[in-house]
Design a protein around this ligand. Sequence first.
Ligand code: DER
Length: 216
Amino acid sequence: SNKEEKQQVADQVAGKVRDGDVIGIGSGSTAFLALQAIVQRVKEEGIDVKGIPTSKEAELNCSVLGLPTTTLIDSKPDWGFDGADEVDGEYRLIKGRGGAMLREKLVMASAEKTYILVDQSKIVTRLGEKFAVPVEVDARAIHLVESKLEAFSGVTDIKMRMAEKKDGPVITEGGHVILDVTFDNIDADAEKDLKGIPGVVETGLFAGYPIEILSV
Ligand code: DER
C-alpha cells in the first residue's frame, strides 16, 4: 500500500544519517515519516543531529519529536529530504501542495543533495499531469502576475488558493498568496520565466537541484 511504500522510503532515509549531520527537514506526510524514523535513530544511538525545517509544520514536528533545530542563517544543511507532488522523467518536481515551497527551495538549494521521497503515485510522464504549479505571489502584484501568466506558454488555468478554515485566500508563512497555475505543457525555462515576473516570490517548480529520488 502507499502507506507501506512511504514508510519504506522513510526508513531508507533514516539509514543515511551520520553523527554530526545538519539535515534539511522536508514538509508533508512522507517527510514526517522520515523525520520520525530519523529521531528514533538519533535517540537510540545518542548521535548529534540538527534539523533545518522547511516549514512551520516541520518546525513543530521537530519540536514535538525532540530533534534539535538550527536555521540557514546559523548553519548549512549537509543534505536534506523532502516529498514531492510530481516527479517527471527528467527529475523535475512539482511541490507546494503544502504551501511551503519558498523555505523548501531555499533549503534544497543550500544542501549538497536532497532525497526526494515518493511513492509510485507521484511519478508522471508529463509534468503538470495531476497537479497545478503553485506560484507564491506578493498580493499587491496579483493583477500584474495574472496578466503576465495569461500570455504564458502552456498555461490553461489560474486559481487563487482559498483557505478552508478561514475566510479568504491562503496566506503563506512569508505573508503572500498562492496562485495555482495549470499547465498543459511545462517547458525547460518555465521555472526561470515564472520567477522573472515581478511579484512572483517563489514557485512549486523545482528543476535542476541536486536530488536523488527514493521511490519504491
Ligand atoms: O508541499 C510539499 O512540497 C510536500 O512535500 C508535498 O509535495 C508532498 O507531500 P506528501 O508527502 O504528503 O504527499
